[in-house]
Design a protein around this ligand. Structure first.
Ligand code: PHE
Length: 344
């Protein structure tokens, strides 16, 4: 029996030494040392031995088991180390390889101009308010004092989703929404950047989607002088310190009086050129003193407070700033056009 054990040990040693991977070793462990393994099988037959030999053979069997145990553990450790070594070599980073080129983007010119406008007004103490692009008819028109028969209500101009829900045609509905959220005790000083929609066919100066920045100030004693001063400060920061502004009488249902605001042409400095069509002036926005009815609809008492409002098209400001003569260029994602605004 001792010989069978010795033979078993020899055979196991040879196989363990030849074992090339951890799975093979696991199989060997089961085969030699497992519950149904060969060593156990031999020990089962101990009963057949004379009583005095049993302890001797038993002790020897335990020694064989211990030695094989140790041997397997050593070999396993060896294989593990080897496979770790291999993995490290394989996963190693070659720091001498050239890097991969990752193209980096930049802000779209419209976003750049929007943020520039925002920065100017934030510097004057305005905060930013926002509102939904899908809007109720009443906020977009009715509460802004735009009567049912106003031409802007025409289906030609407005994208209606249902009878009383539409895509907002300007950022002015946020005037009402914002006033209602803070009236009547809190004064208002906000700008509202955002996307607006009109049923226009796209051409060099029209697009069914464009962007506006609205401004609204409501407080005690606000005058037309505050409007002009604010817009002059804005124009000078955007177009340079020599810029002039002029107000021309105009009409909007939600302001009274209303004014179109022109800035002196930044291309010819008022001399007259192709961009300003020889006039020396560029129209940049619509404005006026908030109509008493609109103040009331916003929750303010027009006897107590007054306000001014203005609205400008971001595309138009950007076109005038960069001398872009076709609005569609902003939406065509032509990288040759956009690249010119990298790091501007
Ligand atoms: N909402 C007007 C437009 O879209 C612009 C405007 C805003 C005019 C605020 C006056 C006051 O044309």
């Amino acid at each position: 029996m001792q010989e069978r054990l010795e033979a078993l040990e020899r055979e196991a040693r040879a196989e363990v030494a030849a074992g090339r991977d951890l799975d093979t070793l696991k199989d060997l462990r089961v085969r030699y040392l497992g519950k149904k393994g060969e060593l156990t099988q031999i020990l089962r037959q101990m009963g057949a031995l004379p009583v005095d030999q049993r302890p001797v053979v038993g002790k020897f069997a335990n020694e064989v088991r211990d030695r094989l145990e140790t041997l397997l553990a050593e070999r396993e450790a060896e294989l593990e180390a080897a496979s770790r070594e291999l993995r490290l070599t394989r996963e190693g980073v070659d720091i001498t390889l050239p890097g991969r080129y990752l193209p980096r983007g930049w802000k779209h010119p419209l976003l750049q101009v929007q943020q520039e406008i925002e920065d100017v007004f934030l510097g004057m103490g305005f905060t930013i308010a926002e509102g939904p692009e899908v809007e109720f008819d009443c906020f977009n028109f009715e509460l802004l004092n735009i009567p049912r028969d106003h031409p802007a209500r025409d289906m030609q101009d407005t994208f209606y989703l249902t009878d009383d829900i539409l895509l907002r045609t300007h950022t002015s509905p946020v005037q009402i929404r914002h006033m209602r959220s803070v009236a009547p005790a809190t004064p208002v000083k906000v700008i509202v950047p955002g996307r607006v929609y009109r049923r226009d066919a796209a051409d060099a100066t029209h697009s069914p989607i464009f962007h506006q920045v609205e401004g609204l100030v409501v407080d005690r004693g606000i005058s037309m002088g505050d409007l002009k001063g604010t817009l002059l400060a804005f124009a000078r920061q955007l177009y340079g310190p020599a810029t002039q502004v002029r107000l021309r009488p105009s009409y909007f249902p939600f302001t009274e009086p209303s004014a179109e605001v022109d800035v002196s042409c930044s291309f010819c400095h008022g001399q007259g050129c192709r961009v300003c069509k020889g006039s020396g002036w560029l129209e940049i926005l619509g404005s006026g003193m908030v109509h008493p009815v609109v103040l009331q609809n916003g929750g303010y008492d027009p006897e107590e407070v007054s306000g001014f409002a203005f609205g400008m098209g971001i595309e138009r400001i950007a076109m005038l700033k960069y001398g872009v003569d076709d609005l569609r260029l902003f939406y065509q994602s032509d990288i040759r056009f956009l690249r010119q605004f990298e790091g501007v």
